[in-house]
Design a protein around this ligand. Structure first.
Ligand code: SF4
Length: 364
């Protein structure tokens, strides 16, 4: 893996996607000082979908030249809901790691790790659980919203309840000063800040209270036209194969007013148009808009063009991912190197934590 190869893929995909109307923007006023430690992660629940890319990976790639990024494939977080299929979670972590590399996240500029390979996360998590009042975790809005669903899905477990505290440990274990988040995630970050503040107050610690780097993420429509959500099964996998993509697009609903080919449509009522805005060059949008409104194009033509544009953008990352999976030794050594670097930093933090709290370190 060379930096230049990664950079080339990254700039191809990122620049093309930045030309879309709904690009992710990092709010300038929240820019951290250069060289700050940034931490973020993605739950490893399968292949990367649009939400993972626009909500996280794209930001990580944009931040990688200016900051020290610790980015994780968070398999312990995936276990909170997928504990019955632990082997899939492990496989997903490796697959996700290959995909983030394929999209151009640089393993030299950043520290890329798999959460379960850095056990220090769990040590700090245990300590944070001791000092966090129950009420703090109970008031996190996503827990309240998810509780009924969790009961119905047999995922009403302690791990799911305490995952915001694990998130606090994920951040603090790298002494990260900043976390890229959307405005809807502020409650989680606030809990992390409170836990760290309490820790510092109780033990005279010096862990940084993490600050947000706000990002704007488009509201993404799923392939059924509803809000994109894993629980609806309407996500859109980025590196799906061409024939799989064709099937996905064929099944994607269009403006319901276009019953016949000769009926004019309204693109703003159509998920296919929303995908065009994300993936197609700006120069294609008038063709879609006018063609749809005048019935000059059919939905088949419109989906075909979208498929070509997505395939064009994803060709290099798709190829790069295949290359990585076909060279397991190379991939495993990149993963091992990233996890090793993450552990070094995490151990250093835990040494501080142990000295502040008075616990002795055991033998290595
Ligand atoms: S032409 Fe395109 S934008 Fe218009 S309804 Fe069909 S798929 Fe949607």
């Amino acid at each position: 893996m060379t930096d230049s190869k990664n950079a080339e893929i990254s700039s191809d995909v990122s620049e093309a996607l930045s030309s879309s109307e709904q690009q992710v923007k990092i709010a300038k006023s929240e820019k951290p000082p250069k060289g700050s430690i940034i931490m973020s992660g993605m739950r490893t629940t399968g292949r990367l979908h649009i939400g993972n890319y626009f909500g996280a990976l794209k930001n990580w790639i944009e931040l990688q030249n200016d900051y020290v990024g610790y980015y994780g494939c968070m398999d312990w977080h995936a276990m909170t809901t997928s504990y019955k299929s632990a082997k899939d979670v492990t496989a997903d972590a490796r697959d996700m790691y290959a995909e983030v590399l394929a999209f151009g996240l640089d393993p030299v500029k950043n520290v890329l790790f798999i959460q379960s390979q850095v056990p220090e996360h769990l040590e700090l998590f245990s300590l944070f659980m001791m000092i966090t009042p129950m009420g703090w975790a109970e008031r996190v809005p996503t827990w309240k919203d998810a509780e009924a669903d969790a009961k119905a899905n047999d995922t009403h477990n302690i791990g799911r309840f305490t995952y915001p505290i694990l998130q606090a440990a994920d951040i603090a274990v790298y002494e990260a000063s900043h976390v890229p988040i959307g405005h809807d995630q502020i409650a989680h970050l606030e809990l992390s800040r409170e836990v760290v503040r309490r820790f510092n107050h109780l033990y005279g610690g010096k862990l940084p209270e993490p600050k947000p780097v706000f990002t704007e993420t488009p509201t993404l429509l799923g392939t059924d036209g509803r809000k994109m959500s894993k629980s609806y099964g309407n996500t859109f996998f980025l590196l799906q194969e061409e024939d799989e993509l064709t099937k996905t697009l064929r099944a994607t609903p269009t403006d319901p007013a276009r019953v016949k080919r000769t009926d004019p449509g309204e693109p703003t009522k159509c998920p296919v148009y929303a995908f065009h805005k994300l993936f197609s060059p700006a120069s294609d949008l008038p063709w879609v808009e006018n063609g749809c409104r005048t019935a000059g194009i059919g939905c088949g033509d419109c989906k075909k063009k979208l498929g070509e544009n997505i395939n064009g953008l994803m060709a290099k990352p798709r190829e790069k991912k295949k290359e990585l999976l076909q060279s397991p030794d190379t991939l495993d050594s990149i993963i091992a190197d990233g996890c090793q670097k993450a552990r070094l930093k995490a151990r250093e933090t835990l040494d501080h934590v142990r000295s502040w709290t008075g616990f002795k370190s055991g033998p290595n």
